[in-house]
Structures are given as structure tokens and as C-alpha cells.
Design a protein around this ligand. Sequence first.
Ligand SMILES: N[C@@H](CCC(=O)N[C@@H](CS)C(=O)NCC(=O)O)C(=O)O
Length: 207
Amino acid sequence: MKIYDYKGFPNPARVRIALAEKGMTDRVEFVSIDVPGGEHKRPAFLAKNPLGAVPVLELDDGTVISECTAITEYIDNLDGGPTLTGRGARDRAMVHMMQRRAEVGLLDAAAAYFHHATPGLGPNIETYQNREWGESQGERAVAGMRYLDGVLAERPFLAGDAFSMADITAYAGLSYADFAKIEVPPELTHLKAWRARMAARPSFAAG
Ligand SMILES: N[C@@H](CCC(=O)N[C@@H](CS)C(=O)NCC(=O)O)C(=O)O
């Protein structure tokens, strides 16, 4: 299978971390898409993902899967022993709920701030910008950090007692916030301690 991505960007990192957690990195051929150069907005790539974003997984039979959550589901279930997306109805629901909260409230908010309230990827790619909305998304990202800090005051991982895709999404959200220069408020000690624990996992270094 192939993964089209751009190493070092936060969403590609989500899938690279998931692959490393599963010990499957060497089963994938990575194909670099020149996102800063706008390759992801050209017809050849849009035919794979009409939303014009990386990462994208392409299976050997030609099936194309975009969205980190969908790709992670596929990877996690390949070996019949899911460890990232929950086992059983309750745990799966918790993982998806918490990953979506981290995605909307932090990762996507930080991305919207970057694309709208900063020069983003430059004028050739950022053809529409709404600075006021971007600023409001920056505030939303900080509110998302506060929410996650409160959750982590109660439990070791975002979806409960076990590491999951929700932790990967939230970690990528903090990486995007760093990239966009949105600061983590210093009083969010639970979030910071959790982040240090995540960073110590070998898979996160690989991402
Ligand atoms: N919801 C998507 C987000 C993908 C995404 O936004 N990727 C970024 C890279 S971190 C991208 O390709 N951005 C290019 C752009 O927005 O122009 C997912 O889960 O895969």
C-alpha cells in the first residue's frame, strides 16, 4: 500500500504515528506530495482526494482512502487486533467521540487559524482568507486545550484508561498549534504532562 503525504505536517503525522504504533511502517511506500508547492490542489491529486489534503492511503487494489480517522481504522483492523480505535461498542464510541472533540476543538481550529489569520501556505494556495473567522478559530483552539486539560485531570488518556486514536489526534492538534504559533496556556498542567508522556512513546518520534 502507498501513503501520499508530506512528512512533518500534523495530519500526515497522525497516520505515521498509527503505523508505528502497529509496527506496520515498513509495509507502506510513502509518496511525497509537495503541499507547500500546491501539488495537492492539482487535478492528479484531486482525483485521489477531492478535498485536496494529505494524507491519502492507496491500497494495492487501487482503493483510495482519505481522512486520518478512516485510514487509522483500516490500519488498526488489518491485523485483527485493534489497539487504537477501541474494542467493543462502548470503547469504540468513546474513542470516536473524543478524537472528534480533539479534531474539531483543537486540530481543525488551529488549522483554520493558520490558513485564515496568518499568511498560511502563501497567496497561491490561500485564495480565500477570512481573518476574523481565523482569529475566532485561534480562540477556539485555546478553549479546546482547556477542555482537554480538564479531561486529562480525570484520566490518563483521552478516551479512558488506554492509549487510542484520540490521543494521536490531540497530540497532532498541539503540534499544529505550535506550528501556527498558538501558545498553550501555562496553567494547563495536565495537558502538558500528558503531552510529555505521549512524546516519550517511540511512535511519536517516528511521526
Ligand atoms: N481531515 C483531514 C485533514 C487533512 C489536512 O488538512 N491535511 C493538511 C496537512 S496537515 C493539508 O493537506 N493541508 C493542505 C491545505 O489545506 O491546503 C484528515 O483527517 O486527513
